[in-house]
Design a protein around this ligand. Structure first.
Ligand code: NDP
Length: 280
């Protein structure tokens, strides 16, 4: 029977540490969130970020724009935030409407304020082994493993999902920590063969119960990033009830990776603040 990793209480511990850190800073770091349109999931995520800022006493600013906003208007508001000395972190909530290119928009954020860590400058640094601001979800996964004293070095780590948001940056982080890393995706021919070799299995796909118990090695560490709504309930990508019987560690959904993502965002806002003050 696996130990269930309590992401919420680990995140609470991180908030306590961050609150102390914030109290030592000269001014309050500030986060700006740019929300385009009214996607219900995005509204929930944005609210969670606001709540986290309040919890730490950080400044928070929400810029809401209609679905129809033009590229020029959006980039002009990002430029204003880039210049705003009270704002240390900028996030553009994804997904964006089809006429706006996420890569183009994120590339226009000042890389020192890019607290999602998705600016090409920050992703490039990560892949070169010189990370500056690291995407929140992969950073949260590594933090969970560290705080559970899970040794990563030399382990076979298998990531299912290759998005810029999760799979790819996590690949670089695990590699830098000396894991042997495999990344799977929708074109992987034999997913079960790959996942069955994993000492550490991370699933970030968005398909409920994609990972069944026969795909998991006995004793594996299983990190479920997926968030799926099934009959009004949130579930991950892993068949939690059965896989927990054979794993050594497993994260639940909700209450696993999710709370860590927001906590790491707060950590990144403070990192960004320090970078801008030349104190990192
Ligand atoms: P994307 O849709 O960007 O990427 C999904 C990845 O899964 C792609 O690489 C895709 O392959 C791969 N994939 C799709 N179907 C299969 C399959 N049948 N077998 C193997 N691989 C497959 O998603 P994100 O990375 O943004 O998010 C993934 C999940 O994690 C979502 O459920 C999301 O809600 C959740 N999430 C949770 C967070 C948290 O804080 N807990 C934060 C971010 C995301 P291909 O590249 O070939 O298309």
């Amino acid at each position: 029977m696996a130990k269930i990793i309590d992401g919420k209480s680990i995140a609470d511990e991180i908030y306590r540490e961050l609150r102390k850190e914030v109290s030592t800073l000269k001014d309050k770091p500030g986060l700006a969130v740019v929300l385009v349109g009214d996607d219900p999931a995005s509204i929930v995520y944005v609210r969670n970020k606001e709540r986290a800022c309040k919890r730490l006493g950080l400044n928070y600013k929400l810029l809401k724009f209609p679905q129809s906003i033009s590229r020029d208007e959006l980039l002009s508001s990002i430029r204003t935030l880039n210049e705003d000395r009270e704002i240390n972190g900028i996030i553009v909530q994804m997904p964006l409407p089809k006429h706006l290119d996420a890569f183009d928009v994120v590339s226009n954020i000042d890389p020192l304020k890019d607290v999602d860590g998705l600016h090409p400058d920050n992703l490039g640094r990560l892949s070169s082994g010189k990370p500056r601001i690291i995407p929140c979800t992969p950073l949260g996964i590594i933090e969970l493993l560290k705080r559970e004293n899970i040794d990563i070095r030399g382990k076979n780590a298998v990531i299912v999902g290759r998005s810029n948001l999760v799979g790819k940056p996590l690949f670089h982080l695990l590699l830098s920590l000396d894991a042997t890393v495999t990344v799977c995706h929708s074109k992987t021919i034999d997913l079960k063969r790959e996942t069955s070799r994993a000492d550490i299995l991370v699933c970030a796909v968005g398909v409920p119960r994609l990972i069944t118990v026969d795909m998991v090695k006995e004793g594996a560490i299983v990190i479920d990033v997926g968030i799926n709504k099934v009959e009004d309930k949130l579930v991950g990508d892993v068949d939690f009830e059965r896989v927990k019987e054979i794993a050594t560690f497993i994260t639940p959904v909700p209450g696993g990776v999710g709370p860590m993502t927001v906590a790491m965002l707060m950590k990144n806002v403070i990192t960004a603040y320090r970078l801008q003050k030349g104190k990192v």
